[in-house]
Design a protein around this ligand. Structure first.
Ligand SMILES: [Zn+2]
Length: 369
């Protein structure tokens, strides 16, 4: 069996072992430690990483890891599961998205990897910001051991559970075939997670890069380490919904089955229902408001909508309609995530929709001008 040492945890065949990764020394004398659990079966198999809570107020994944990683799992397991219940412990304690020591999205701090553009005239990138250092350390562990990776998130409070198909980039035609193979593996994984979520392709390639999704953890594992990895967004941000946890636990075990690590039959997810669009959809921030105002949603998460349909009411603070009083969609599609806040400013989006995906899943790294 492969021996895996992560922080203070060292794998033992047939056992669960627990430990911590020393992540950051704190100015006040203690240190920030990232918890790790290594579950290793007695027979050989891949090493599957399951991580959660990089955004500290996204709670489902912590509970999913606690419920998936059990003595029963180890008895049946072929290979090793490395579980990280929180990638961002300060933010879990503070119940916030960002880490205490860097006021930025922690899931855009993983290494640039193959996308790095060395610029000798710019001395700033040589110095990593605090969470960037944590991300760098975590990434080195994935680089050493990970064959597969699942990262658990929650989108807005009122959002449908969904799994994300990342765009995969290739440089030069000779990399294209491997990129397509990797995309097919990622799709297989996402489909194995199955009705644990809708399947949604990420933003178009250019937007994906501009949003720095290649520097998310699963984006970096997929696009730079070239290992099958994906992110799920389980909805119900900021709260634990027991049905969502229970369905996600089954879906997570189904992905381990896909990886050949469990022989037991696939579990059916009965805790919640997600729509299954007849075409591939992609993430799209839409519709957007033309005015500042107060919004009230008229649709439900997961709802299928048609072009021209009112998605929200918009009023002033006295409750009087602004314009014709509604914000309509200009696209057919599905409501993925509804905005949590009641207030809106001009040009902000009130929801994320899934609309028909017209883009390729694999894209050239340096697109032709
Ligand atoms: Zn998140």
């Amino acid at each position: 069996m492969k021996s895996i040492i992560i922080g203070s945890a060292q794998s033992e065949p047939g056992k669960l072992v627990y430990g911590f990764i020393e992540a950051m020394e704190l100015p006040t004398g203690t240190s920030d430690k990232i918890p790790v659990i290594i579950a290793q079966g007695k027979t050989d198999g891949p090493t599957f990483f399951i991580s959660a809570n990089v955004h500290g107020n996204e709670l489902t994944g912590v509970a999913v890891i606690h419920d998936v990683i059990t003595d029963e799992l180890v008895k049946e397991l072929k290979g090793t599961v490395v579980a990280i219940p929180t990638l961002n412990p300060t933010a879990l304690r503070l119940y916030q998205r960002y880490p205490e020591y860097q006021d930025a999205d922690p899931n855009r701090q993983f290494p640039e990897g193959r996308f790095a553009k060395p610029d000798e005239d710019d001395e700033d990138p040589k110095f990593l910001k605090p969470y960037e250092q944590v991300a760098d350390l975590l990434y080195s562990i994935f680089e050493k051991y990970a064959d597969y990776h699942l990262d658990l998130h929650n989108h807005t409070l009122r959002s449908v559970p969904y799994s994300i198909l990342d765009r995969i980039f290739y440089e030069g035609e000779d990399e294209k075939e491997d990129a397509e193979k990797l995309a097919a593996q990622q799709k297989g994984m996402v489909e194995a997670f199955g009705a644990g979520g809708m399947i949604v392709a990420d933003f178009p390639p250019k937007t994906y890069m501009n949003l720095k999704y290649h520097r998310s953890l699963s984006g970096a594992v997929l696009n730079t380490l070239r290992k099958p990895a994906f992110t799920v967004e389980m909805g119900s941000n900021g709260v634990l919904v027991p049905e969502v946890v229970a369905g996600s636990v089954k879906a997570t075990r189904n992905v381990l089955r896909w990886a050949g690590m469990l022989d037991s039959p696939k579990e059916e997810i009965t805790e919640f229902d997600v729509p299954k669009p007849e075409y591939r959809i992609r993430r799209f921030e839409h519709p957007r408001s033309k005015h500042s105002g107060i919004i009230r949603m008229l649709v439900e998460p997961g709802e299928k909508v048609t072009k021209g349909q009112p998605i929200a009411r918009i009023t002033d603070i006295h409750g009087k309609s602004i314009g014709d009083g509604v914000i309509k969609t200009e696209h057919d599609g599905y409501m993925i995530a509804l905005r949590d806040q009641m207030t809106i400013y001009p040009q902000q989006h009130i929801a994320e929709m899934g609309i028909k995906d017209e883009f390729d899943m694999v894209a050239p790294q340096k697109p032709k001008k």
